[in-house]
Design a binder for this molecule. Structure first.
Ligand code: DX5
Ligand code: ZN
Length: 215
């Protein structure tokens, strides 16, 4: 069964406490928290104070996805705010190995996110230092976009790379995940499904999460 990570970018910020309680009381395992700086991606979302408050509502995994430049400058601050997983973009990190070591030394799981145009083969020499690979199945910056079908090939390729090396790196898929495509994403080898609009815009978000668990 896949791990489900509802993305709070699609939540109702005016009812954030209720949204947190809903996910906390659902079968979803992770809280996916998208941080954007208006520079790495053309949008600005939320940052440390919001995450610090979300952290207080749950003991589930806080999975923080940094879509920011120079993420290493903020790793300690996100640890302090309560992040369990910290994911940085390969495209934003000229010294990725150093960033991953830093994240792990701070006591967090280290994630690497890759944009749709970035080949998974670029992870070849860093995979054994990576706890989570977040494959972007849309261009990062916005919720509610359409899943890019070629991502399925990338999942299969990455699954092979991880299995060949005998690693336990998790494959997380982020963007445009719906109840219609979730089964094929899991069949291709994904471990974690991020779902924003398809959870928070559902008539019954908890039922949607349950349906994702059952794909
Ligand atoms: C996009 C974010 C995603 C986004 C997913 O840049 O990283 O986590 O919230 O939203 P949906 O599921 O609506 O595509
Ligand atoms: Zn995300």
């Amino acid at each position: 069964m896949p791990i489900i990570a509802p993305s709070f970018l699609a939540s109702n910020f005016l009812k954030l406490e209720e949204e947190c309680a809903m996910v906390h009381n659902s079968p979803a395992e992770w809280f996916h928290l998208d941080v954007m700086d208006g520079r790495f991606v053309p949008n600005i979302s939320f940052g440390l104070p919001i995450i610090e408050n979300i952290r207080k509502t749950t003991n589930k995994i806080c999975d923080v996805h940094l879509m920011i430049l120079d993420p290493g400058n903020y790793a300690a601050a996100f640890k302090k705010a309560g992040a369990d997983n910290l994911t940085v973009h390969i495209e934003a990190c000229p010294n990725l190995h150093r960033n991953l070591q830093q994240i792990k030394e701070l006591g967090m799981k280290a994630g690497v996110a890759v944009n749709p145009h970035t080949p998974v083969s670029l992870l070849s020499d860093i995979l054994h230092d990576t706890d989570i690979v977040c494959l972007m199945s849309v261009n990062p910056g916005f919720g509610g976009q359409k899943f890019i079908p070629y991502t399925i090939e990338k999942i299969k390729q990455l699954r092979r790379m991880i299995d060949e090396r005998g690693l336990s790196t998790l494959i997380e898929i982020d963007g445009g995940v719906t109840l219609d495509n979730a089964a094929s994403i899991v069949a291709a080898g994904a471990d974690v499904l991020v779902a924003g609009s398809s959870v928070f815009n559902a008539a019954n978000p908890v039922e949607a999460i349950k349906a994702f668990k059952a794909v």
